[in-house]
Design a protein around this ligand. Structure first.
Ligand SMILES: NC(=O)c1ccc[n+]([C@@H]2O[C@H](COP(=O)([O-])OP(=O)(O)OC[C@H]3O[C@@H](n4cnc5c(N)ncnc54)[C@H](OP(=O)(O)O)[C@@H]3O)[C@@H](O)[C@H]2O)c1
Length: 149
């Protein structure tokens, strides 16, 4: 199964000002909906609280601290699942990722903001596999990478 991290990130690799932010600067919501529709999405409980819309049409799993990422993935019967945030949840699933879909936005957030990963122990080596235009005029593209094993 493909385990795909998908995130809207700033030019300095941040995903939110803080853990309770309702993200309004992201331009890739339509692409996110199209890609995740019909599949499993996994998010942390903080992210669930910030969602502005329902994730209808998707199998939604909300992670809590007592859940084991490996066990959660073992029980999913799907060809792909998406890890949709936030920072703590991206980090917990980092060892299982097969792909990263990162949409970079023309924005720099302050250093107190949330990084894509909170505390990553190892490097992750990536192979670029393609890009999708989100808003060409604003220079917003989703970059797709495969994790090199
Ligand atoms: N830019 C993007 O693409 C994007 C995407 C998604 C989210 N976000 C943003 O990311 C932010 C949320 O990210 P986040 O990292 O704060 O939260 P999160 O990953 O959404 O959820 C927090 C997770 O960490 C667990 N946790 C909380 N405190 C813990 C502790 N002391 N020890 C161990 N586990 C703990 C929670 O479990 P419990 O339920 O047991 O507390 C939950 O599973 C929001 O602002 C959201 O808008 C941005």
């Amino acid at each position: 199964m493909n385990v795909i991290l998908t995130a809207a990130v700033t030019a300095n690799g941040m995903i939110a000002h803080h853990s309770d932010e309702v993200i309004e600067w992201s331009l890739d919501l339509a692409l996110f909906r199209q890609q995740t529709m019909g599949h499993t999405v996994i998010m942390g409980s903080n992210t669930e609280r910030t969602l502005a819309t329902d994730l209808d049409g998707r199998n939604v799993i909300v992670m809590h601290r007592d859940m084991d990422p490996g066990e959660v993935l073992k029980n999913i019967k799907d060809e792909k699942c998406y890890i949709i945030g936030g920072s703590r949840t991206y980090t917990r699933f980092a060892p299982y990722l097969t792909h990263l879909y990162l949409t970079f936005h023309p924005l720099i957030l302050s250093s107190q903001s949330l990084h894509l990963f909170t505390a990553l122990g190892n490097d992750i080596d990536l192979e670029f596999i393609g890009k999708i235009e989100v808003d060409g005029e604003k220079g917003v593209y989703q970059f797709q990478y495969r994790v090199k094993q």
